[in-house]
Design a protein around this ligand. Structure first.
Ligand code: FAD
Length: 391
């Protein structure tokens, strides 16, 4: 890219915003990059509160490709961010269970994943039982297990590394809150800041505000169907062997994986209860007693005995339209670039998203993974994405 005096302002300085800033420099952007982040402690951002896991098991080719890029970057973190870089990536598979009668759907999805380079074992119940003998398989029809490119890591460490790398490349982080967007002639011309009262002018504005992405869009007069939805994670101790234990996704939606001395687990609330007030980070304790525990104890009898160590809650940046990300320019405001709405898989897709945002701004096109199907245009056309593997 030729030298430019353009300015990109990114709203939200957690994992997505920081990867966008980092990849802008990687793609040769020489102008100013400013990241506005209101919470310098990052304590409530979804990145800090996530289960920090990555899977290649999706239905849509671009989602699979984004995961494969992310897993590759996590595996080679030192090559990207230096010898001291460590995100504790445990490369261990997701085991996704399907009910009897749904075998074909899971098998078809796994075949697409394998064609695109994912490494997935398709297992019948007996094979699941042989590999994971502590599991009750009597009512399952199929299991798919990622033998590579899946696992878990330290999302906080990842965010700090990318943030540090962005700053080393001359990206400026501004501790302030964006409270207004100036729009003129179908473009965002400036951002209003709460604390300093300043106005930042911009050539590009990136919406990396996570669960607050819908609120940010409203400042530009746009309706973006992204809202916070509370998700609770429980840290438990249980008499189970952790070695070889997968990230288990039960067909009921309950999940569990090893973490530190024990395990973490969770489940989404039922749809009619899935509302939350912004600022409410109180864990939904009832979910453990009422749903997660009985469902998981059915699947893993040893979980009849468990001890809760702690619980925490954070927000999914829920895309109420189709539970998939919005990436790319908004059709009505062409310099407003969306990078939000991941609905539970934003950390794993953060490297690919940052790179896609950068390619769009620097080259005007996607050069690696074509994520154009994730653009907001699908809302205008009323064509939701059918991504079968969402949680
Ligand atoms: C319990 C739980 C489990 C999860 N598990 C996984 C998982 O296993 N794998 C996975 O990939 N994803 C998971 N997720 C989802 C993942 O955490 C998010 O998709 C991801 O962190 C989104 O990153 P982000 O940078 O867009 O958002 P955030 O990390 O929320 O960052 C957005 C930032 O924008 C800032 N901001 C917002 N509005 C403004 C404003 N007006 N002005 C200035 N700053 C602003 C906020 O302060 C915040 O720091 C999970 C989430 C939860 C809650």
């Amino acid at each position: 890219m030729p030298e430019t005096s353009e300015t990109v302002v990114i709203v939200g300085g957690a994992v997505i915003g920081s990867f966008a800033a980092f990849f802008l420099r990687e793609q040769g952007f020489t102008g100013q990059i400013k990241v506005v982040e209101r919470d310098s402690t990052y304590q409530f951002c979804s990145t800090a509160l996530s289960a920090a896991s990555i899977r290649s098991q999706f239905h849509q080719p671009y989602n699979i490709a984004m995961s494969l890029f992310g897993a590759n970057l996590f595996r080679n973190i030192k090559q990207w961010f230096g010898q001291d870089a460590d995100i504790g990536f445990v490369e261990q598979g997701y085991l996704i269970l399907g009910d009897k009668g749904h075998e074909q759907r899971h098998r078809n999805a796994a075949r697409v994943q394998i064609e695109l380079g994912a490494e997935i074992d398709i297992l019948d119940p007996e094979q699941v039982n042989r590999r994971f003998p502590w599991m009750n398989v009597e009512d399952i029809g199929i299991g798919t297990y990622g033998t590579r490119n899946e696992g878990w890591f330290d999302a906080w460490a990842l965010m700090q590394l990318v943030r540090r790398a962005a700053r080393q490349r001359g990206v400026e982080y501004i501790h302030d809150e964006v409270v207004g967007l100036d729009v003129l002639g179908g473009r965002i011309t400036g951002l209003r800041l709460a604390n300093s009262g300043e106005r930042l002018s911009c050539d590009w504005c990136v919406n990396a505000a996570g669960a607050w992405g819908g609120m940010l869009a409203r400042m530009a007069g746009l309706q973006l169907p992204v809202e916070p939805r509370k998700r609770t994670a429980f840290h438990i101790k249980a008499p189970l062997e952790k070695a070889g234990f997968p990230m288990l996704f039960d067909s009921t939606g309950a999940w569990i994986r090893p973490e530190g001395e024990g395990f973490i687990c969770g489940i989404a609330p039922e749809e009619h209860l899935d509302q939350c007030e912004d600022g409410d980070f109180e864990p939904d304790h009832y979910l453990l007693e009422d749903r997660v525990w009985p469902l998981l104890a059915h699947r893993i009898p040893a979980l009849e005995q468990l001890r809760v160590k702690r619980a925490w809650a954070g927000y999914y940046e829920m895309n109420l339209f189709d539970h998939n990300a919005f990436i790319g320019a908004h059709p009505e405001i062409s310099n407003f670039v969306l990078a939000t709405g991941f609905s539970g898989h934003g950390v794993m897709h953060s490297p690919a998203t940052g790179r896609a945002v950068a390619e769009h701004i620097v080259h005007g096109e996607y050069r690696s993974i074509d994520v154009s199907e994730l653009s907001f245009d699908r809302v205008v056309r009323n064509q939701p994405i059918r991504e079968g593997v969402v949680y």
